[in-house]
Design a protein around this ligand. Sequence first.
Ligand code: PGA
Length: 251
Amino acid sequence: MRCPMVAGNWKMQGTRASVAELIEGLRRQELPEAVEVAVFPSMLHLSRVSDALAGTVLRVGAQDCAVQSEQGALTGEVAASQLVDGGCKLVLVGHSERRLILGESDSVVVRKFAAVKSTGMTPVLCVGETREQREAGFTLAVVAAQLAAVTDALGVQSLHNAVVAYEPVWAIGTGLTATPEQAQAVHASIRAQVARLDAEIAEGLRILYGGSVKAANAAELFGMQDIDGGLVGGASLNADEFGAICRAAGM
Ligand code: PGA
């Protein structure tokens, strides 16, 4: 049995005041025990959120990290080892906003994935196709290549205790959600790809769906066989909505 996970990606949002309010709202939520819940604040707020949520079941993750795991001369970046020191347990790697807006290549994503792994944190590898790629029939090929970049470079063992998030780019922040069937088809394909390399790792791998997940559609999505929870952007900025999504994952 895979333990479902719901991850809240706060992206480049929040002020000290709004983050304090969100933390208070999260602390009031009744969260299901059988679901792992994590929030991913901006680097600026990370250690503060981690301190404020200490002693709760909520874990804290970072949205990105440097390509090298140790501290050093790399202006503007944060090393995975510094994230550990800041109370981080997970790191998003290869979010489509970083791939597409900031030009992050598969090889950079692989180095970040390796840096996270080397510290013992959990990488959440984000994969997904653009609208044009879906319309051209390339969805499964695009996702397979993004995943293969990691397994080819680091081996399938690197997916042990890692998480994959399938996020169709056309569904992120657009209000358009993949149907449960569309998402399930991609999740099943990801799991089959890993199973061809190692059946046990594939069985234990948590694959989250992301892209306009909200309380109203979460249960349907999470009910699919290979969907093990969600990576939630916009809806994670509202504590009550996020709490409801977490409860949907526990049903
Ligand atoms: P969204 O974002 O829920 O606002 O669509 C998801 C994500 O980018 O992780």
